[in-house]
Write a protein that binds this ligand. Structure first.
Ligand code: XMP
Length: 326
């Protein structure tokens, strides 16, 4: 709309003014904030921006491809796609502790990004999708309790050791403003209104040791769950169950149970479906999804994803459970 159009013009002018003819790098994660920051900065300075997309192999099904299609394909932005899946998997081998896994993923992320950044030796700026609530949080105004339960890691945590100046054009915006800005910049609403996704990605949704074959099963099961949530409309509100939930995903349980398929016995893995409603993610209720929806998702996962023969639904609220399982 008109107001957002004005805002974009001002923000673009400010970025051009700040950066001049210098080069900028930005870590693209597939998340909303870094995507909107990238689109805005690209609008301002075009090829002076290089995005570095570190793909740790623990993103959702086809997410890496979607990020590339959007930024390299449609926006014609310069994007370096680093396929670091094997490297991440290698470092996660044998590791079962959730906090340890978070640390490894966070550390590797910084390492891979830094190595790419060094190659772009002309860059003078590091752009980040820091938004207003992040600024407030790191100022210590918010309670730190959540971080003692889980050490959250996200792309914002890149070190100052790169010796780059910081460019943070979303610093004054709230999440809903960031989303509006994203749409105004031409990003698809589906991408901009996505449920939050943790920095360590599927690394904390595969319980215990992360293995490539587990990640593969989980991605396919989760894609089915999300597809059904998006396509099932709740008649009273006219909204999809995806929009009626704050976060929904699938968790891989490294546990085998017995099943029967055709004439044969199966002995395969279990997944849990998780869907919650919350306004602040500090407390959350499990979502009362319709049985018909759960039924369809369950039978599709078991029929379409060979290797999973049992689907459960998580009916725990936060507290005492957390939203993620690790
Ligand atoms: P919990 O599981 O603590 O999650 O109830 C609350 C919200 O935080 C997200 N979450 C993370 N986000 N890095 C992130 O960027 C993390 O390590 C992380 N752990 C949890 C979770 O998805 C939920 O939205």
């Amino acid at each position: 709309d008109w107001i957002m159009g004005n805002y974009i013009e001002e923000a673009v002018a400010r970025i051009r003014d700040q950066v001049g003819d210098e080069e900028v790098i930005l870590g693209l994660s597939g998340g909303v904030d870094s995507s909107v920051a990238a689109a805005l900065i690209h609008r301002a300075i075009g090829d002076q921006l290089t995005c570095v997309f570190v793909d740790h192999g623990l993103l959702r099904l086809n997410e890496g491809q979607m990020v590339m299609d959007m930024f390299a394909g449609r926006l014609h932005a310069k994007v370096v796609h680093v396929d670091a899946a094997a490297q991440f998997m290698g470092h996660l081998k044998g590791v079962t502790d959730p906090e340890q896994k978070r640390k490894i993923i966070g550390r590797e992320f910084v390492e891979v990004f830094q190595a790419e950044a060094k190659k772009l030796s002309n860059a003078k700026w590091l752009a980040q999708g820091t938004i207003y609530p992040d600024v407030v949080e790191s100022g210590g105004t918010k309670t730190k309790k959540a971080t003692t339960i889980k050490s959250h890691h996200n792309v914002g945590g890149l070190p100052e050791t790169l010796g780059l100046k910081l460019l943070e054009p979303l610093r004054e915006l709230f999440k809903d403003e960031v989303r509006e800005l994203g749409v105004a910049l031409g990003l698809p609403p589906d991408m901009v209104y996505r449920h939050p996704f943790p920095g360590p990605g599927l690394g904390v949704r595969i319980l215990g040791e992360v293995k490539p074959e587990f990640a593969d099963l989980l991605k396919r099961a989760d894609a089915i769950f999300i597809e059904e949530l998006r396509s099932t409309i709740e008649p009273n509100s006219g909204k999809s169950w995806y929009d009626l939930t704050s976060q929904a995903f699938t968790v891989f349980l490294p546990v085998k149970s017995v099943g029967v398929m055709g004439d044969g016995r199966t002995y395969d893995y279990v997944v849990a479906l998780r869907a919650v409603q919350t306004s602040d993610f500090m407390t959350a209720d499990w979502a009362e999804l319709p049985y018909s929806l759960l039924k369809k998702v369950s039978s599709r996962i078991i029929n379409e994803v060979r290797g999973i023969n049992r689907v459960t639904y998580d009916v725990s609220s936060k507290p005492p459970a957390t939203i993620e399982w690790e």
